[in-house]
Each structure stands twice: as structure tokens, then as C-alpha cells.
Design a protein around this ligand. Structure first.
Ligand code: SAM
Length: 541
């Protein structure tokens, strides 16, 4: 039997208002320290960083631009700014900016200038975007700028590239804000309702000494979190936009615990002020859109993962906060999964007919949450899907590289035997998958997989083009040189093929196939091998 060890409990903090808890500091430290690695290691992000959700947002923004310009024709003379807060990896930004600009170019408001500001509180993310192959050209074209912006601090916002101050003087048009998967990372308070009475929940934290790294716990999941209820009145904040929300919750809920997004209130008030009280916001997150959905929660809706936590965002309260200030909200009716919501300050969404149409169709209708639910089910059954079903799903996804990477093996297996129409549908759209390529650490290069697809179909011109495009993104290059060499050989470019085979051999001297090819081409500079030898290698896939 192991001897029982008793480790001392260290009290980290006691009876603190939730928004003042050091939990938030641990959370901030995590994103600051990890930068782009947060997404590589543990923070899920596909759900808010795919071409489908980007297209949803682009459609809504395009409709909003039309509505606004119809109501205020002079608005088209000045730029519209979109500020993405807590941007993270930048993959969503890329898909959004690309899609919106394609749509704008094809519209009757193609002269309108839209500047997308990617912002985050940490410089480490910004450093990543600055040199990113997909972002840098859009910065060059003036479509994207960057800003350091911390939701928990009211500091002036200066755009890094143009030097423009985003303030009441420059924002002559409404400011559009995107906040995806962010409002649980900025300050919240917490309340409970018991027997119709309102309590504020304060928090205490303790950890075993062995889990402490300096002053902070190493593993959040092992921290003891306890809550202390303090009876409070519903004029706690002495704020006409905020206190009525507490009254509404106390009057309508019987027994529950809920998050109260005071950080979001503060940030929106600040952003609305610099935007001259004209704000549109789109947000997607795990959260609550309706009051009744928040009834009966026995536990605080926060979840600890390794070194950070996530929480349910109270979209309903954010909506009420803006409505109490004369704004509006469009909250998706409850369904499982993430929620998308639209908010406005200074104008009503229901006065914007095209915007409302898109919101009804793409938020209340088939939404990013519905797409994700369907996608998850499809992902489990790709192995049973025929090629035409896979192609339809790729089309629905907006030709998403993330999906193509999951199924590239099956696509290349099925394609040579599939019907001509499906194959040409796929071939015609490979360019769209390539255009959606957004490189991130430790993700495979989709350009290589597209090359293998064309290679398998013996379409060597396209295969060569994509192998060459993939080259800068691939670290293990044996497969690249070997496959490229094969395609060059079947294009009757033996000299170039020999160079590539030699590079493959230099990388892997044990490869018998590569060595045989070198010998063959050295001995037969004009020779051609049988088409059956053209199979791409599986190595490095
Ligand atoms: C969960 S990630 C979401 C990233 C991205 N929006 C997405 O949907 O994948 C939260 C992001 O917010 C940033 N962040 C955390 N606290 C912040 C704050 N107080 N102000 C601004 N950004 C913050 C983090 O650096 C991180 O990039």
C-alpha cells in the first residue's frame, strides 16, 4: 500500500467578487503566454473559424452596408470599420475579409471602403498575423489593419499600420464589432437566485501546495473553487442600463446561478462611445440567448480545462443591456450548440430590412451552429460516403481545407473510379480549397493534398503547380520531391525530374524506389516508365 501523503492547501484568495478574482488573470496569462500555440495545443477554434461562419457574417455585413447607405447616402464617402475583438488565430478574419470583398466587388456598392481591424490584447497573436502568408497581402491592399485592444481596459485604439486613431472623429460610419468566443474571457460577475431573492456569488480559491507554481496553480482543474452567496439588492450597480436586468432576472427566475457579463457591458459602452452611439455587433459563442434557458442551473456555468477556463456567455443580458440604452438585439432561439447573436446600439435592427432578412435566414435559419452539428455528424461517416456526397458537403462548407484534409485519403481513393461529373466538380473547386489555405503550426498543408489529388488523376500540370505551391509550407520534404519528380517525368521533363529524385534520395537514402528512379533516369535520359509507376508516395502525408 502506498503511504498516504498529506499536502498542504494553499489559499489563493478568499471571498472575492467574481469579476475581481485572480481566475481572470490566470486566463489572460494563458492567452498571453501561449499566443498562436493556444489553438495548436488546446483551445478549440474550428467552430468559429471556418468559411461557413465567415460567409454568414459577410452576408449580414453586406446587407447592413446596403441598408445603411440606403438610409444615409453620404455614408459611402467614408470608410466603414469592422473591429474584431479577441481575434486569436486570424483564420476567421482571413475567410471573412476575403469573402466580404469578393461579395462587395460583385455588388452595386463596390466603391465602399471596409477596413477590418484584427485586434487582440496580446502582442504575440499580432506578431503571428503580421507575417502570415494569407494576412500580409490583405494588409498590403489596405483591407486589414491591426490594433492592440484589451476589453478590460479603456485605452485609445490606434491602428498599427495606418496610425489612424479609432475614435469619435474618425468613426463617421457605424462601427461593426465581431466578438467570437471572447465574452467568457473577459470579466463577469456571478449571481444566484434562491426563493426569488438575489445573491451575488463571491469566489474563494485554494490549491494543494504540490499544484502551486510560484503564486499560481499549475493545473486549473485541480483548484478548489468555492462560492459564497451574499444577499444583494437589484440596484447593485446603480446603473440604469444594468440594474433593470437584475430586476428582470430576480422577478422571472426561481432557482438558478447565472453569469453577468459586466466586462462586456463596459467594453460595449466604450466602443459605442467612440462610435458615436452607432454600433453593430455579431457574436458567436457557447451561451444563453433566452432567459428561461438560464433557469435551474445548480452549478456556475464555468468549465476548467488544463490552464484556462470557458464559461457560458449570457447573450440575453448583453441584449438587454443594449436595449436598455436604446439599441436592439437579435438572439437565435434556443438550440443545442453554439449561438450566434446580433446587437445594435443607436439604431434598431428591425429598421434595417436587408439586414433583418439575412439575420432571419442565417442566424435564426440555417446557422453556424446547424452547420457545425451537421459537419460533426458527417465527419463521423466520411468513410461510408460516396464521392458525390463528399463533394456536396465540401460545397456546403465553402470548400474548407480543414475538411478536405480529413478526407483527402478517401477522395483520392474514390476519384479515379468515380463518375465524370463528380470528378470535374471537385477538380473545378480545388482552387477554392487552395485559396482558403491558412497555414497554422502543426497543421498539414492542404496544397500538398490537392497536388496528390490531381496527381492520382494523372493531371500532372495541376499536380506540379500545387506541389510547387506547397513547398514553402512543408518541412518533411521527401514525399514532395518524390511526387513532384514523378509528375515531371510524366510531363516528359526528365532533367527536372532527375533533380527532384536526387533531392528525395538525399533526404532518404533508404528509399529503394527513389534510388531506382535516379538510376533509370541517369541511364535513360529520354526514357519513359509505365504509367502504373506514377503512384504518389504515401510518405509524409
Ligand atoms: C477563446 S479565444 C477566441 C479567439 C477567436 N475569436 C476564435 O473564435 O477562435 C479568446 C481570444 O481573446 C483574447 N483575449 C483574452 N482576453 C482578452 C481581453 N481582455 N481583451 C481582448 N482580447 C482578449 C485572447 O488572446 C484570445 O485570442
Amino acid at each position: 500500500m502506498k503511504p498516504e501523503t498529506t499536502t498542504r492547501k494553499i489559499v489563493i484568495e478568499q471571498d472575492k467578487r467574481f469579476s475581481q478574482s485572480s481566475l481572470w488573470r490566470i486566463q489572460r496569462d494563458y492567452f498571453d503566454r501561449e499566443g498562436i500555440n493556444a489553438w495548436v495545443n488546446s483551445v478549440p477554434f474550428y467552430i468559429t473559424s471556418n468559411p461557413f461562419i465567415a460567409k454568414t457574417y459577410a452576408r449580414i455585413v453586406l446587407a447592413f452596408l446596403h441598408d445603411w447607405i440606403n438610409l444615409h447616402p453620404e455614408a459611402r464617402q467614408a470608410p466603414f470599420y469592422i473591429m474584431e475583438i479577441g481575434t486569436g488565430s486570424g483564420r476567421f478574419s482571413y475567410y471573412f475579409v476575403k469573402t466580404l470583398n469578393e461579395m462587395l466587388k460583385a455588388s452595386d456598392i463596390r466603391d465602399v471602403r471596409v477596413i477590418h481591424v484584427m485586434s487582440d490584447f496580446t502582442r504575440s497573436n499580432m506578431r503571428y498575423w503580421e507575417t502570415h502568408h494569407a494576412i500580409a497581402p490583405l494588409v498590403e491592399q489596405g483591407l486589414i489593419d491591426f490594433a492592440l485592444y484589451d476589453l478590460d481596459a479603456e485605452r485609445p485604439i490606434t491602428l498599427i499600420k495606418s496610425g489612424t486613431h479609432l475614435d469619435a472623429a474618425t468613426l463617421t460610419n457605424p462601427l461593426t464589432v465581431f466578438g467570437n468566443y471572447i465574452f467568457d474571457t473577459c470579466l463577469n460577475d456571478m449571481f444566484a437566485i434562491r426563493d426569488g431573492k438575489l445573491f451575488e456569488l463571491y469566489v474563494s480559491l485554494a490549491a494543494e501546495e504540490s499544484n502551486m507554481k510560484g503564486n499560481w496553480p499549475a493545473e486549473m482543474e485541480k483548484v478548489d473553487v468555492s462560492y459564497q452567496a451574499h444577499k444583494v439588492g437589484d440596484t447593485l450597480y446603480n446603473d440604469p442600463q444594468i440594474d433593470p436586468i437584475l430586476t428582470e432576472y430576480r422577478s422571472n427566475l426561481k432557482e438558478t446561478i447565472f453569469m453577468f457579463p459586466t466586462g462586456a457591458f463596459k467594453a460595449l459602452r466604450f466602443l459605442n462611445k467612440i462610435a458615436n452611439n452607432r454600433l453593430l455587433m455579431l457574436s458567436t459563442d457557447k451561451g444563453y440567448c433566452a432567459l428561461p434557458s438560464q433557469e435551474g442551473a445548480g452549478q456556475p456555468p464555468i468549465y476548467f480545462h488544463g490552464s484556462f477556463f470557458s464559461a457560458m456567455v449570457n447573450f440575453h443580458a448583453i441584449g438587454r443591456f443594449l436595449e436598455n440604452g436604446g439599441g436592439d438585439s437579435f438572439l437565435q432561439t434556443p438550440r443545442r450548440g453554439i449561438k450566434t447573436a446580433a446587437f445594435s446600439a443607436g439604431f434598431r435592427l428591425r429598421d434595417l430590412p436587408q439586414t433583418l432578412l439575412e439575420l432571419n435566414d442565417r442566424v435564426e435559419g440555417f446557422s453556424p451552429a446547424d452547420y457545425f452539428a451537421l459537419h460533426r455528424r458527417m465527419s463521423d461517416s466520411f468513410g461510408e460516403c460516396t464521392l458525390d456526397i463528399i463533394a456536396s458537403h465540401l460545397e456546403l462548407s465553402g470548400w474548407d481545407p480543414h475538411i478536405f484534409l480529413k478526407i483527402a485519403g478517401r477522395v483520392t481513393k474514390l476519384a479515379p473510379e468515380a463518375d465524370r461529373d463528380t470528378v470535374s466538380f471537385l477538380c473545378d473547386n480545388m482552387e477554392k480549397i487552395a485559396a482558403n489555405f491558412y497555414d497554422m503550426p502543426k497543421t498539414q498543408c492542404v496544397l500538398f493534398e490537392i497536388a496528390v489529388f490531381f496527381h492520382t488523376l494523372k493531371k500532372y500540370d495541376q499536380a506540379v503547380r500545387y506541389y510547387e505551391m506547397a513547398e514553402p509550407f512543408i518541412t518533411e520534404k521527401f514525399g514532395l520531391h518524390y511526387n513532384l519528380a514523378l509528375c515531371l517525368h510524366y510531363q516528359k521533363r526528365n532533367e527536372a525530374a532527375l533533380t527532384q529524385f536526387r533531392q528525395a534520395v538525399a533526404l532518404d537514402e533508404t528509399s529503394k524506389e527513389a534510388a531506382e528512379w535516379v538510376t533509370f533516369l541517369e541511364q535513360n535520359p529520354e526514357g519513359t516508365r509505365a504509367p502504373s509507376d506514377a503512384e504518389p508516395t504515401e510518405k509524409n502525408r
